[in-house]
Design a protein around this ligand. Structure first.
Ligand code: ADP
Length: 410
């Protein structure tokens, strides 16, 4: 029986899907998390405490557990834990992406440098220090541009600017996000830096894939039919299969494979965001993890297998190269937070669930909780899933169901 260490932070959206996958596979699962609450929720299997904030401590804790009984695989379920997973795997000699490759996915500056040196299409960029006077840069940088933190995720602090005034106010907004004590501690010197990138126009897609011995296996391409023109980049609807022409999809796959190779990603899930326009496919980002939130519920593979089952099988060395996504179009809508406040009530939930084509609606923020929209926030109100006979129908079902929902935020 394989023994798998699943690393998941308390706040992850991904525990349910990974725990369900682990139960379906004949594997012994150990959950590593930073606090006991998350461990209690995991319920099955063993648990260990892992301090994700202090990687050297985390590795010592994982090594101690491995000394008792070794792990066959170490899986970080999302951005919060992929680095520690790579470091622990390296320390214990477990098959995994290299630490350098995963580090490159977690640092937008390093990622852009590696993509540029491998001539993978990616936005022009410049690193700037928040300790400098950025007025010069404001007048010199080409517009539109995108200002973003170097190390955060979920579009947090990602802001488009169209002129020097917009640039300088975006910088102040990002500075404020980076001054949050928790963010500043996590970012260390990167919390004093920002990236300034050229804005790449055109529709955006997400590619979900898995690296098998250095080769990319494409699992799904999702269209993002809502325009992502800024100033903030809220994820809403994802629909697969993509409606891009075949040559566009081929280009997306090729460019993603080249991006993975440029960063040195060889094993496990990849999630890439690309823009497609008349100049080709451009890598906005590539991450060494699977799709975020609850969105993987849209995917199902040969024999009813979930994405997480595939990831765990791949992690223990099983051959997943022949598994294919089932054919039915499906999609998800991440329910955006329209404004800051306290979530008082959700109306129309049953009506939305009953809408044609809707599979499920999950509100993932409890009533009474504070909600923060982008660019400062990094959560969604919930997730809505649809299936249909065409991507158009799926998209229409999600929009219809969304109109039936009202979130009372006070
Ligand atoms: P995060 O890792 O926080 O999600 P990204 O760099 O992926 O940050 O940016 C989030 C979103 O912002 C992207 O999915 C895209 O829609 C938009 N975006 C970011 N950078 C650019 C860019 N240079 N050109 C166009 N859109 C961008």
């Amino acid at each position: 029986m394989h023994r798998i260490l699943l690393l998941m932070a308390t706040r992850t959206y991904r525990s349910r899907a990974f725990m369900r996958a682990a139960r379906k596979l004949d594997a012994e699962v150990v959950v590593g998390s930073e606090r006991r609450q998350a461990l209690a929720r995991a319920r099955s299997g063993n648990t260990i405490t892992v301090n994700f904030r202090r990687p050297e401590r985390a590795i010592a804790q994982i090594t101690e557990a491995a000394d008792e009984q070794p792990f066959d695989a170490i899986v970080g379920v999302d951005d919060d834990t992929t680095m520690v997973a790579a470091m622990a795997a390296e320390a214990l000699g477990v098959r995994h992406n290299s630490v350098a490759a995963v580090r490159a996915t977690r640092n937008k500056y390093v990622m852009r440098q590696l993509l540029a040196s491998a001539a993978v299409p990616s936005p022009p960029f410049e690193l700037a220090s928040l300790d400098d006077d950025l007025t010069d840069l404001a007048f010199r940088t080409p517009y539109p541009c995108v200002v973003k933190p170097v190390f955060l995720s979920a579009s947090r602090g990602v802001i488009r600017a169209d002129n020097p005034g917009g640039f300088l106010s975006a910088v102040e907004r990002v500075r404020a996000i980076l001054q949050d004590p928790e963010v500043a501690a996590a970012g260390a010197e990167d919390a004093r830096r920002i990236m300034v990138e050229g804005f790449i126009p055109g529709p955006e897609v997400a590619l979900e894939g898995i690296m098998i011995g250095g080769r990319l296996k494409m699992l799904a391409i999702f269209d993002k039919p809502d325009p992502l023109d800024g100033p903030y980049f809220e994820e809403t609807i994802y629909v697969t299969p993509s409606r891009l022409p075949v040559e566009g999809q081929t280009r997306v796959c090729d460019v993603t494979a080249r991006a993975a190779a440029a960063l040195g990603l060889r094993e496990g899930p990849v999630h890439a965001e690309l823009r497609v326009n008349s100049d080709g496919a451009w890598v906005i980002e590539i991450a060494a993890r699977s799709i975020g939130g609850l969105c993987s519920d849209t995917l199902e593979f040969s024999g009813g297998m979930s994405l997480e089952e595939m990831i765990l099988l791949n992690a223990v060395g099983a051959d997943v190269s022949r598994f294919e996504r089932e054919q039915q179009p499906s999609g998800v809508m991440m329910l955006p937070i329209p404004r800051a406040g306290t979530l008082h009530a959700v109306h129309g939930l049953e009506d939305a669930k009953a809408a044609p084509g809707i599979v499920d609606v999950t509100v993932s923020i409890p009533i009474g909780a504070q909600v923060v929209p982008l660019p400062e926030g990094n959560r969604y109100l919930g997730f809505m899933f649809a299936r249909g006979e065409s991507p158009e129908r799926v998209e229409a079902a999600l929009r219809d169901a969304h109109r039936r929902l009202t979130f009372e935020i006070v």
